[in-house]
Write a new protein. Structure first.
Length: 87
């Protein structure tokens, strides 16, 4: 076996970059991830992903009536945050 110089081993090892992405729009998120991966592969870098992480759902439930009178009716809104991870 050939002894490895520690400086040569350091040069060969590239730093790992982990990029988390999040967006409300899935189509634009997928496009950005695809463009980033294509650019990294052009430079012959190792790429893993996009890893799809669980979607975060933000819910807001609000009473419709401005005062406390009347029937209990509610408005329900939700915003979905889709997340991707690229290594």
């Amino acid at each position: 076996t050939k002894p490895i110089n520690p400086l040569e081993a350091e040069e060969r090892r590239l730093p790992r970059i982990r990029i988390p992405w999040g967006s409300r729009n899935v189509k634009s998120l997928e496009k950005v991830c695809a463009d980033l991966i294509a650019g990294a592969r052009e430079k012959e870098l190792q790429v893993a992903g996009p890893v799809r992480l669980p979607t975060r759902i933000l819910r807001l439930v609000v009473r419709k009536s401005p005062n406390g009178e009347g029937t209990n009716t509610y408005d329900r809104w939700e915003m979905r945050i889709h997340k991707r991870l690229i290594d």
